[in-house]
Design a protein around this ligand. Structure first.
Ligand code: RUB
Length: 302
């Protein structure tokens, strides 16, 4: 899929979820590199730079998107020939997609040993990494089922229940505000991660902070599942992840509320590190306080 089509699909959320967004952006860079009709290296670099800019502009919160683009462009500008630059962009983007897919699988493998006593899990939104963890835990006999929050306003919980049901994991759909009601029955929370900051804060779908606070109130361990490329390296120097606001029409249709009523639709929130039991990455499970060291070790050069 070319850059513009990919960008539009990310904007309208046909492609969504931080990992999928990242993989599609890398593939779009690869597509540009394979199909560019640039006459020389300078033209190729200009084209790839504007492709990168277009892709990164689509959604602000998923740092995986800009990291995927940076990783796909690594070393490309230093190439001496057009063909060298083309080949490197293609191989970088292919390697990123492969690594990203295997990271999701490895996150799944790292989850079951964390659970001592089998019970019910809870999740919010739709995350390929969290699904991988929950499916692996179910197969290992570590969870007996999942409560999936509906996730207003876009109801990504419906995708989660479909994916879990397809994987034969018993799943119960609840509205978001039922999370506290069911929490006494829950043994573990697994959520995905849109982005991470160096202090160990996890940014994920709106409601994730509420879920983490509720889990803490009931003594339920709360795990964020995150591929290493979801960290924002610039958070080490104080930059924070921008929280995306989307159209209010995702919440209500035009005539549903009187004119003059303000509607606010922030779609992510930030879970503070003290509410997070652990971050499950493909490189192992870390405490939020280990995030800084983790970024230094695994994200050098972004
Ligand atoms: C998706 C969301 C997901 C993370 C992680 O939000 O918050 O939990 O992106 O997903 P949206 P994954 O639907 O607005 O993109 O583990 O698949 O990367």
């Amino acid at each position: 899929m070319d850059v513009e089509e990919t960008a539009q699909k990310i904007e309208d959320m046909t492609i969504r979820g931080a990992g999928r967004i990242a993989r599609s952006a890398a593939q779009a860079i690869g597509h540009y590199a394979s199909n560019s009709k640039a006459a020389n290296l300078a033209e190729f670099i200009t084209g790839i730079d504007s492709s990168a800019k277009r892709l990164i502009s689509t959604r602000p919160t998923a740092i995986s998107l800009s990291n995927a683009v940076s990783i796909s462009l690594r070393g490309v500008r230093d190439q001496k020939t057009l063909e060298g630059a083309r080949a490197l962009a293609i191989s970088n983007s292919e390697a990123f997609v492969k690594k990203s897919n295997s990271a999701v699988e490895r996150i799944g493998q790292n989850a079951p040993p964390l659970i001592e006593k089998p019970g019910i899990a809870i999740t919010i939104c739709n995350s390929s990494a969290a699904i991988s963890a929950m499916v692996a835990c179910y197969k290992a006999g570590k969870i007996t089922g999942v409560f999936a929050c509906e996730t207003r306003p876009k109801r990504q919980g419906l995708i989660t229940v479909r994916e879990l049901a397809e994987a034969k994991v018993p799943v119960t759909l609840i509205v978001d505000s039922a999370m506290r009601y069911v929490m006494p029955k829950v043994s573990v929370a697994f959520v995905g991660t849109d982005s991470l900051e160096s202090d160990g804060s996890v940014i994920n779908k709106i409601g994730t902070h509420l879920l983490a606070a509720t889990a803490r109130d009931y003594g339920v361990p709360f795990y964020a599942c995150a591929e290493s490329y979801k960290f924002l390296p610039a958070s080490m120097i104080g930059k924070r992840v921008e929280i995306e606001q989307r159209s209010v029409r995702e919440i209500v249709a035009n005539a549903e509320v009187p004119g003059g009523v303000e509607i606010f639709n922030p779609v992510f929130d930030r879970v503070p590190p003290d509410l997070i039991t652990g971050i499950i990455t493909e490189e192992g499970v870390i405490a939020p306080s280990e995030s800084l060291t983790f970024i230094g070790k695994f994200l050098g050069g972004i």
